[in-house]
Design a protein around this ligand. Structure first.
Ligand SMILES: [Fe+2]
Length: 275
């Protein structure tokens, strides 16, 4: 009698264990072992222009991009004759008051045909030229680029400039090019070889590497996703009065007025933004 009772209890225990195991397995399988449902993408992919804007800090100034409502000629941060170590006063006056001023005037005149564009910065237009109406696209490219390039150019020169680079830019130049002399030599050669009118640049690419680049006419490096750290104008209007056709001599003397502290600021700004 006792044995029969124990046998019944044992069978009930086994049945209970079995049922609990089945219930446990049924609950776990659909949750833990089911494949994770694929998330439905809901975010709109960033356009190229939007992405570029998030990668770059302001290009023209430390705190803002260049306004086009309307574009305005910036004041020179020094006197016309302040850069005599490299550039004569008459050239500076013509370069700033006539050439740069004309880019600003032409840009504003073109944008009057499409006033909706005046809400966009000059940099935003240059990064996305295909979005600019075709009838003014080349004008915006040439004159918006000219306005941006010269705005940077005045800032990266100083009567107190010249000499060896300092700070982070000095370290990165040494790491990338071997030495400042090697960098300067390559920069000058590429500036000299830029056929016709254009610019020679030290830029930072999207991988965070420094490289030397040249652009024709008034094209900006930002059109190619490159951030301009520093650049020299090799149009004849930048040097012809003093140097005539001796572009190499102008390129060589230009280092006497290079503003390394501003160049370090530009490098720091883009490094913080891009990582
Ligand atoms: Fe120029």
């Amino acid at each position: 009698m006792i044995i029969k009772f124990l046998r019944q209890q044992f069978v009930l225990l086994l049945t209970g264990v079995f049922l609990v195991s089945v219930l446990f397995a049924c609950q776990r399988v659909p949750i833990a072992d089911s494949p994770t449902p694929t998330a439905t993408p809901t975010a709109t992919p960033a356009t190229e222009a939007t992405l570029a804007n998030t990668l770059f800090p302001p290009v023209a100034y430390p705190d803002r991009e260049l306004s086009a409502s309307p574009a305005q000629l910036p004041k020179l941060p020094f006197a016309y004759d302040a850069l005599e170590k490299a550039i004569d006063a008459e050239t500076m006056k013509l370069h700033h008051d006539r050439h740069h001023a004309t880019y600003v005037e032409n840009l504003n005149e073109a944008l009057q045909k499409h006033p909706e564009l005046q809400n966009r910065s000059v940099e935003a237009m240059l990064r996305d030229l295909n979005s600019i109406p075709e009838d003014i696209r080349e004008t915006v490219r040439n004159n918006g680029g000219g306005h941006l390039n010269h705005t940077i150019f005045w800032q990266i020169m100083s009567p107190n400039g010249g000499g060896e680079p300092t700070g982070e830019i000095a370290q990165q130049i040494n790491q990338t090019f071997g030495s400042f002399d090697a960098f300067r030599k390559q920069f000058n050669e590429e500036g000299e070889d830029r056929f016709g009118s254009g610019w020679v640049w030290l830029v930072r690419n999207e991988q965070g590497q420094l490289q030397i680049a040249t652009t024709p006419n008034q094209d900006s490096p930002i059109m190619d996703g490159l951030y301009p750290i520093m650049g020299n104008d090799v149009w004849e209007h930048a040097y012809y009065l003093r140097y005539q056709n001796r572009r190499a001599e102008y390129l060589n003397n230009w280092w006497n007025v290079v503003n390394w502290s501003e160049i370090n600021r530009r490098l720091q700004a883009v490094s913080q933004q891009q990582g």
